[in-house]
Design a protein around this ligand. Structure first.
Ligand code: DLL
Length: 433
């Protein structure tokens, strides 16, 4: 099986650790010299980057959190002047001030190379026709995968978020061999093929590279059986780069983390202490090569564990277990990270409703549905139907507008909602992923 960058992907671990330390030094220097947020952290500790010569010393630095990124909106954490930034993306969080992420020319080069690594690990080659069915826009997914696919020399179709029927037509007519999307979209395609009476075997599809949202082995099985393809998982976080942080190989027994570019740690999300190798905890990542937007000890919020055991593919890079949960109550719907506080904020702006709510996420025919039960004061609840309907519509359209997703709204009496919240959580995810 081909390996895109054997020198790094199969590097003996001692050599890899040495390379990580060297790159870490330059990341620390870049952050210290150019980002006032990080300079303050060093100054407060009365140290300079040169004082950090081991990983243990590095792990004394505080974590960087999502809140730190928000406080520095939009360009506060950029480590290069804007004239050196050649691309800007943002995170998908449904909040008013998403994180703005910059890339230098070198960052883009590394990005496409890392995406090429996991495409190659999934046996995608220059002979493939790759249909990228992620939305092209501020989101990192489409552009990241697109560039990686071009890098390996495949024929790339930027199908973007065209409707499913059109995506299928493209698949048929342009003879796509690889589908790149969220796993839930793959199942929607399977459903539409069935609805349209098209036999998936008549397509040329042979592989699917899926990521951007949690999915299980069971979902993989369903996708493979219904589309007659081999499905691979890949992981990324927009703040750190986008797709291209980790990806599965043919062994499909965990995702190889591209450790020469991202230094992983697993911590106890409550105490912040590092956990022994193999134990599940929150994934913390440090960028080792990012020029425009270096992040030190960034808390991803994702729960996983790391496995250093040798892999049958020959790669020496550590493998992370596929992700199924987060430490926070962010819900990922169609690859978009829905932040519950944003719902609260929208409700606070609407007269007549209270910032008390419960979110229920369901999946029907592979389409996710968010239902928000909102507490309203008694006089509104018992008011005439017309007024209730107007309020409901007002909340619904405000949420759709701010979240960019379809939302169903239910008005409930405050007392009922309080009782529900005592019995169950604020966010209930009923999806079978
Ligand atoms: O989802 C980047 C991406 C795009 C990755 C396309 C892969 C393919 P964000 O929108 O910032 O970036 O969301 C990042 O999504 O912290 C995880 O919680 C979740 N996530 C991403 N990939 C996976 C995956 C992109 N393969 C957040 N399995 C992360 C489970 C995933 N969760």
């Amino acid at each position: 099986m081909a390996i895109w960058e054997e020198k790094f992907e199969c590097c003996p671990r001692e050599e890899l650790q040495q390379l990580q330390l060297e790159r870490l030094q330059s990341s620390l220097n870049r952050a210290y010299k150019n980002v006032s947020f990080y300079r303050k952290i060093f100054d407060d500790k009365k140290i300079v980057p040169e004082d950090i010569s081991t990983l243990a010393e590095f792990k004394n630095l505080p974590f960087t959190t999502r809140q730190d990124l928000h406080r520095n909106y939009p360009y506060g954490l950029f480590a290069v002047p804007l004239r050196e930034v050649v691309r800007i993306h943002t995170t998908t969080e449904t909040i008013d001030t998403p994180t703005v992420v910059g890339y230098t020319r070198n960052d883009l080069k590394n990005w496409s190379n890392l995406v090429a690594r996991f495409l190659c690990a999934g046996s995608v080659t220059h002979d493939d026709v790759i249909q990228v069915s992620f939305h092209y826009g501020l989101f990192t997914g489409a552009f990241g995968l697109h560039a990686g696919a071009e890098r390996i020399g495949a024929s790339v179709i930027p199908a973007s978020s065209e409707n499913t029927e059109k995506q299928i037509r493209i698949m048929q007519d342009y003879r796509s061999t690889v589908l790149v999307s969220t796993p839930s979209f793959a199942l929607i395609v399977a459903d539409w093929l069935h609805k349209l009476g098209i036999d998936p075997k008549t397509l040329n599809l042979r592989k699917g590279l899926f990521g951007g949202e949690p999915w299980s082995e069971n979902t993989r099985k369903k996708i493979e059986e219904r589309l007659f393809i081999e499905a691979f998982d890949n992981y990324g976080v927009s703040e750190l780069m986008g797709p291209g942080i980790a990806g599965e190989c043919q062994a499909r027994n965990g995702l190889h983390v591209f450790e020469d570019h991202f230094l992983p740690e697993i911590i106890d999300p409550q105490t912040g202490t590092e956990l022994p190798l193999g134990q599940p905890g929150e994934l913390v990542l440090t960028t080792l090569s990012r020029e425009a937007f270096p992040l030190l000890r960034y808390r991803t919020g994702d729960i996983t564990s790391l496995d250093c055991a040798p892999c049958s593919c020959g790669r020496t890079l550590v493998r992370m277990k596929r992700l199924m949960s987060r430490v926070d109550d962010i819900i990922i719907v169609k690859g978009i990270n829905v932040v519950p506080e944003q719902i609260e904020k929208v409700l606070m702006e609407i007269e007549g409703c209270e910032p008390r709510y419960q979110i229920i996420v369901t999946r029907e025919n592979y389409r996710d549905c968010i239902e928000v039960s909102v507490a309203v004061s008694e006089n509104i609840f018992f008011d005439e139907m017309r007024k209730q309907k107007t309020l409901l519509e007002q909340i619904r359209s405000a949420l759709i507008h701010r979240l960019g997703l379809k939302v169903e709204v239910k008005l409930v009496e405050r007392k009922t909602l309080e009782e529900n919240l005592q019995r169950s959580a604020k966010v209930i995810d009923k999806r079978e992923l």
